[in-house]
Design a protein. Structure first.
Length: 483
């Protein structure tokens, strides 16, 4: 697995070792000769909030060599090259967007790194892109000195014989896995290419799904995906580490799930040609709302218990787009000014049509998604924050804050919503000892906010500065990255 995070330097180890005795003394790393020197950065008198330690008032956070080397009482004297007054502000861990497609829409690809950082997103997970397109983007974002979030990528969606995102009927994101042998070979090739995880998709057969899971697990690759249309959520969730969009979970929550699945499998078996996207859309349109109407709370409770160790990424801002259209937000126009002109013009036209015409989307599934996420959270299912940007009018970076607001609307406390954008993504990659908290030894990815998100989750939008890989970017710097 390709994970590039800064290692502890001798200077950082010295600073960490002396942190306990730093109250009332200067704080800085030690060079190899034992002489003290300045730390790179100190953020003083700030309220620190993270989902691991909760809220801590009046702290000074010291950063050196890309790591947090100390979290001290606010009155502690600190020797640092750069000092930020955090009075009245809140410092949180750098945010993740846990569902991104860097190469879905070429208009956005080059603008994405700056847009993400400008909105406080310091890490992203690309959940599907053809290697030939996504690898050069990843390499540019990870180049030394690049102004970009950390990126973790899956390569192509591992779909079945009929590929939904085939590059003909929809953008090229997926590849075919018609049989077990092809599936195993594809996972081997992706591992060789250096992917961080794999993503399984909806048109897979149970046999090919099992082969993909076995091969990825043997290679130590985490698995993300959708519930395949030929399977039920309770059989898929325990075998993968995360699932997207709540997709196809509604079928397993229906009283008549067995009959719906039998009908679905018959349609899949009878398909002898035509786009995978059309086949998937047919099954969704025929069965999704029928399954929602046939919701069985007892059966769905069993499903959620089966998913208790699987991270859910519900993309509520997408599922409930009809309930909360982005076009109606007061800051939407200003956000559009930040994105490429051709996309902004197109999305403005869509917004104007939406505001002037009848409702364009049925809201039944959106309302169901909100209820389901609330119930999942109450039953202890882990829920993370991802947006599917730029799909469905998701402005990179901006849309992550909309997702956090939707998670809170669904019933999650603000601190738990933050957990879904900080701690859970790190856990997926086994990096929770490195990322997700404002604590000594963690990588220095941080966001300085003008308000406290525990008081109002919309305060995550009030980004005043970002620390990415230990480098401080003030608001003017961030604005420069966002066009």
């Amino acid at each position: 697995m390709r994970v590039a995070l800064p290692s502890f330097s001798a200077a950082v180890r010295s600073a960490l070792a002396g942190a306990v005795g730093l109250v009332g003394a200067s704080c800085g790393p030690m060079d190899d000769s034992g002489a003290s020197g300045s730390a790179d950065l100190a953020i003083e008198h700030v309220t620190v909030v993270d989902a691991v330690n909760g809220a801590r008032a009046d702290r000074t956070v010291v950063v050196d060599s890309g790591r947090i080397v100390a979290v001290l009482d606010g009155g502690t004297a600190v020797d640092a090259d750069e000092v930020v007054d955090g009075t009245g502000r809140t410092l949180i861990p750098g945010l993740w967007d846990f569902h991104v497609h860097l190469t879905y829409d070429d208009r956005f690809t080059d603008a994405m790194p700056g847009l993400f950082l400008g909105h406080g997103i310091t890490s992203i997970r690309d959940t599907g892109g053809i290697l030939e397109k996504v690898l050069p983007v990843v390499e540019r974002m990870e180049a030394e000195g690049a102004m970009a979030p950390r990126v973790f990528f899956a390569g192509p969606l591992l779909d079945g014989e009929w590929v939904v995102y085939d590059g003909v009927n929809r953008p090229a994101l997926g590849i075919a896995n018609p049989d077990v042998e092809t599936a195993r070979a594809n996972v081997a090739a992706l591992a060789e290419a250096g992917v961080d995880f794999v993503k399984v998709y909806e048109m897979l057969t149970p046999e090919v799904f099992a082969a993909l899971v076995e091969e990825a697990s043997a290679r130590g690759l985490p698995i993300d995906g959708h519930v395949p249309l030929s399977m039920v959520a309770r059989d898929v969730g325990p075998r993968v580490q995360s699932l997207e969009h709540l997709r196809n979970i509604e079928l397993d929550c229906a009283a008549g799930a067995d009959s719906l699945l039998e009908a679905r499998r018959a349609i899949l078996a009878a398909h002898d040609g035509g786009p995978g996207a059309d086949l998937r859309s047919r099954l969704h349109s025929e069965q999704r709302l029928a399954a929602v109407a046939d919701y069985d709370p007892t059966r769905c409770g069993e499903v959620m218990d089966a998913l208790s160790s699987t991270i859910m990424i519900p993309t509520l801002r997408l599922n409930a787009l009809g309930l909360v259209p982005p076009f109606e937000r007061g800051d939407w126009e200003a956000a559009l000014d930040r994105i490429p002109d051709d996309a902004a013009d197109e999305w403005r036209e869509v917004g104007e049509r939406s505001r002037s015409g009848p409702p364009a989307r049925d809201t039944t599934y959106g309302a169901f998604s909100l209820r389901l996420v609330g119930e999942m959270h109450r039953r202890g299912v882990p829920v993370a924050a991802g947006t599917d940007t730029p799909i469905g009018y998701a402005i990179p970076g901006y849309s992550l804050h909309s997702e956090l607001e939707m998670l809170v609307r669904a019933g999650m406390p603000p601190l738990e919503a933050l957990r879904g954008a900080t701690v859970l993504p790190a856990e997926f990659f086994g990096l929770d000892g490195e990322m997700g908290a404002v604590a000594e030894g963690m990588v220095a990815d941080l966001v300085l906010l003008g308000g406290n998100p525990l008081d109002d989750i919309t305060n995550t939008r009030a980004v005043e500065a970002v620390v990415t890989r230990g480098r401080l970017l003030r608001r003017a710097d961030l604005d420069g990255l966002m066009r």
